[in-house]
Design a protein around this ligand. Structure first.
Ligand SMILES: *Cc1c(COP(=O)(O)O)cnc(C)c1O
Length: 219
């Protein structure tokens, strides 16, 4: 069934959009099934679970940390994480840089924006990111690469609202790419869209979708 689900989802995705299979809470055999169907990008939202799955699964998997990340836990995933989606403070970015340096690597990151109406979703405002990118401290962070932006739409059936929120994130991306081309030479990723809204997200310019329940079943 997982293979079938992956095939169906991939068939609706244009080339150039990366599918991250969100496997949080799901057991290893289900991840292995997706792996055997060719899936290599997996997303998790808890550090401990991510560590355990990384230790068990084949080592050519690209692990995405998609959840809220506490600074004190960065150390645990710094040796292997492929992309951190939820960077929402300068302090966190500094810690990622520090742990990347300790591991003699560069860690790719996305800046999370607050685009939903819900007060609970984490993320920067565009003004905060602009001042971060202009700061002297940002230039000193040599071991992180900002690849793009990430956002979550409001959890609602209102398709037009979701579409509008995704288009806001796309506009932020375009503006930053234009205004900070020197500071953001690798800026190319727009991570938006989940099981319920990834088709809308792709129409609005997503380059990376994070899909869980449509692949693995509900949690
Ligand atoms: C759980 C989660 C997803 C996947 O959600 P589904 O609705 O199961 O596709 C995507 N992004 C984030 C940040 C998540 O926490």
């Amino acid at each position: 069934m997982i293979e079938e689900n992956l095939k169906n989802i991939r068939s609706t995705m244009p080339e150039g959009v990366t599918l991250v299979a969100v496997s949080k809470t799901k057991p290893i055999p289900m991840l292995q099934e997706a792996y055997d169907a060719g899936q290599r990008h997996f997303g998790e939202n808890r550090v401990q679970e991510l560590e355990e799955k990384n230790a068990t699964m084949p080592n050519d998997i690209h692990w995405h940390m998609i959840g809220h990340l506490q600074s004190k836990k960065v150390k645990k995933i710094a040796p292997f994480v492929h992309l951190i989606h939820g960077v929402d403070s300068f302090k966190l970015l500094q810690e990622i840089n520090k742990q990347a340096l300790n591991n003699n690597r560069t860690i790719d990151c996305l800046l999370q924006f607050h685009i939903a109406q819900e007060a609970t979703k984490f993320g920067f405002s565009v003004e905060e990111v602009q001042s971060l990118l202009k700061s002297d401290e940002f230039v000193t962070l040599k071991n992180v690469r900002i690849l793009g932006v990430m956002g979550m739409a409001t959890f609602t059936d209102n398709e037009e609202q979701v579409r509008a929120e995704f288009s806001v994130l796309k506009a932020y991306f375009d503006q930053l790419k234009t205004d900070f081309s020197a500071e953001l030479p690798h800026f190319s990723v727009i991570s938006m869209g989940m099981s319920g809204d990834y088709k809308i997200a792709i129409q609005e310019g997503s380059t990376m979708v994070r899909v869980g329940s449509s692949i693995f079943g509900s949690r």
